[in-house]
Design a binder for this molecule. Structure first.
Ligand SMILES: [Zn+2]
Length: 256
């Protein structure tokens, strides 16, 4: 695939299914023009997802984090970091940069869609205005949705960063993930039973498990660090062969 700022941009295979689905929906609504427009919209939308991930990635790189890859999947994008800095301010800025990109895109698009936004006349389907209006809406939703305090979504990470400025990192992660899991279940139930949106409901169930998994990962790393610290302490007391700590596992920056 292609590289951008030295970051590999990869597309998951299932992404092709999404393109096919959008082409089909567009075709059903407006024939070949509809299919083309629909493909253009989904491409532009994922272009915005890439910009969101670049917001995270370029900020992270300023803190010396290596970003080997940005992966695009049908449910969104994911920037892979080799590690996350445990400084609350760094994590806050890295996380906030993603949604900030979406709000910046809304601000950029707003002058073009302003009149259509307030007009009662429907925008002609499958045109440029329709495309810009859809993109502005999608970016507003992307920015707001990601700010929901549901760990490990951006909002949940921001919550952890805020908590971590007062609490130890593990405790902060525990509380952020607990709040996130409760909210994920509430949102999943509301999406399913209030709105009949089972796809969204499923997404929140997925986020529930992702939040739980990431808390366990932090817990495991903390225990591992304590173990190696203890070994180092013992080794310092009784000098002997030392095989050194293992490399830290790769941390995924969750769904964005
Ligand atoms: Zn994000």
């Amino acid at each position: 695939m292609c590289r951008i700022f030295g970051i590999q941009l990869a597309v998951h295979v299932s992404f092709l299914l999404l393109l096919a689905w959008f082409a089909y929906v567009g075709w059903r609504e407006g024939g070949m023009v509809g299919a083309g427009w629909s493909l253009l919209l989904v491409t532009a939308f994922f272009g915005c997802v890439v910009l969101h991930e670049l917001g995270h990635s370029l900020t992270a790189m300023r803190y010396g984090v290596r970003v080997p890859r940005i992966l695009l999947m049908p449910i969104g994008g994911m920037a892979e970091f080799d590690r996350l800095p445990r400084r609350p301010l760094a994590e806050f800025l890295i996380t906030a940069a993603g949604p900030a990109v979406n709000f910046a895109l809304v601000a950029l698009l707003l002058p073009f869609v302003w009149t259509d936004l307030w007009s009662t006349e429907p925008v002609p389907a499958h045109g440029l205005r329709d495309l810009l209006l859809s993109l502005a809406g999608a970016n507003a939703v992307m920015g707001i949705f990601n700010l929901l305090p549901v760990f490990p979504m951006d909002g949940g990470r921001i919550l952890r960063a805020l908590l971590a400025s007062r609490l130890p990192y593990l405790r902060a992660t525990y509380w952020a993930s607990l709040v996130g899991r409760v909210l994920a279940l509430v949102f999943a139930a509301v999406a399913a039973f209030e709105y009949g949106n089972y796809l969204l409901s499923f997404l929140f169930v997925f986020i529930y498990f992702a939040g739980d998994a990431e808390y366990r990962q932090v817990l495991a790393r903390e225990r591992e660090a304590a173990y190696w610290a203890e070994r180092a302490r013992l080794a310092a007391m009784a000098p002997g062969p030392d095989d050194g700590p293992p490399p830290p596992p790769l941390i995924y920056h969750g769904r964005n």
